[in-house]
Design a protein around this ligand. Structure first.
Ligand SMILES: Nc1ncnc2c1ncn2[C@@H]1O[C@H](COP(=O)(O)OP(=O)(O)OP(=O)(O)O)[C@@H](O)[C@H]1O
Length: 369
């Protein structure tokens, strides 16, 4: 069941005017600076805010005229918002109960989802007896226990400490992967969340969509200052191995696996342009780094105090960025078309879980293509 939304909202001086489409089973991440309208957009989708004009269709259902409680949407925010007087089990059972399930069936569903999020052992506790990460697990179970067709996630990892966030991110990746008919919209500040959880992103600025597309494409080749600041990183897609990542054409990018990374799963190797050294193509094996590869200079553009080189060509090393000093660009006599050798230390490369490539999703969604 796909989501189509066109929303216009005025809040004081702020105007939101956005349209979006998410296919069945899709996860859309909404990124944007503070005050760009991310929460306002979620509020309109959930029915908590009344837009001045809206069309919101989920499959065959029109949601825009329905009050919040009748939209049957799952909502997970950074605050778990558990009912303090109910046990964990009854907190989760509340969702299927309010959907009309009987008490026994609701508890059965609650147990199932608590098991899915590795929180079955907390069933009899009260929310006050849980850590932040444990409470957020329970909140994930509650959001999913109602089997919503539309799941809205509002900065679900923002309130967690750095130790708890990877586990919940991994959990969300697993449960969002079991999407079935569900559509998910995720608001986040963190490009890693977008990479790990979303197949597409929408970037808002001042209430308008300024970038949209497959997550990796948008984050790898940002077109706005905001996306460049949060992303602007080199992203290489492939499959995680013990030592790093294997690209689709069989090259190995050596790197360090993120804690929630499982070998054999879809992954992206992430490294900063400042971590890439550039050498003449004919140089042998410069220094000790484990990643060296040939590339062709595509563009050279000023980027603050450095010159950002972007590689051209077709292979996986195309579209990568390296930052050089203007003196180095002159010394190496770089210009578009120059063949160079790039080198990246394995210790500067992190391998993170990622959604399968959009092309693969596309083929899976449309068996005829
Ligand atoms: N209750 C309100 N009344 C009037 N204007 C509001 C209200 N809440 C938010 N706004 C304005 O709406 C705009 C968008 O806010 P919104 O919270 O949607 O942005 P956001 O992208 O979610 O920001 P953040 O990342 O800080 O959460 C801002 O300019 C904000 O000042």
């Amino acid at each position: 069941m796909s989501l189509h939304a066109e929303i216009e909202l005025s809040r004081g001086n702020f105007d939101l005017d956005v349209s979006l489409d998410v296919p069945t089973g899709g996860v859309l991440a909404v990124l944007g600076p503070n005050g760009s309208g991310k929460s306002s957009l979620l509020g309109c989708l959930s029915g908590l805010l009344r837009p001045s004009r809206a069309t919101i269709r989920l499959g065959e259902r029109s949601l825009h005229d329905l009050p919040a409680h009748a939209r049957a949407i799952g909502l997970l925010s950074q605050d778990p918002l558990l009912f303090p007087h109910l046990s964990v089990l009854d907190n989760v059972a509340f969702a299927p109960r309010s959907k009309g399930h009987g008490r026994a069936r609701a508890r059965e569903l609650a147990r199932h989802w608590l098991t899915e999020v590795d929180a079955a052992e907390f069933a009899d506790r009260r929310p006050a007896q849980l850590s932040g990460g444990q409470a957020q697990r329970v909140a994930v179970a509650r959001a999913l226990a109602a089997d919503p067709d539309l799941l809205l996630l509002d900065e679900p990892l923002a309130a967690l400490d750095v130790d708890a966030a990877p586990a919940i991110r991994g959990l969300l990746r697993r449960v969002l992967g079991m999407a079935g008919n569900r559509v998910t919209v995720l608001v986040t500040h963190d490009p890693l969340d977008a990479l790990a959880l979303a197949d597409h992103v929408l970037v808002l600025a001042d209430g308008q969509a300024v970038e949209r597309g497959p997550t990796r494409d948008v984050l790898a080749a940002p077109r706005t200052a905001f996306t460049a600041r949060i992303a602007g990183l080199n992203l290489v897609a492939g499959t995680a191995t013990e030592d790093g990542l294997r690209t689709d054409d069989g090259s190995l990018v050596a790197g360090m696996l993120a804690p929630d990374m499982e070998t054999g799963s879809p992954a992206v190797a992430v490294f900063a342009p400042s971590a890439v050294s550039v050498y003449p193509a004919e140089d042998g094996h410069p220094g000790s780094p484990r990643n060296t590869f040939r590339a062709v200079v595509g563009t050279l553009e000023p980027h603050g105090t450095v010159i950002r080189l972007r590689t051209a060509g077709d292979g996986w090393a195309a579209g990568l960025s390296a930052d050089l000093t203007p003196a180095a660009v002159a010394d190496l006599r770089l210009e578009p078309g120059t063949v160079v050798r790039l080198s990246v230390k394995a210790i500067t490369v992190t391998v993170h879980p990622a959604m399968p490539s959009p092309e693969l999703l596309h083929v899976a969604d449309n068996p005829r293509t």
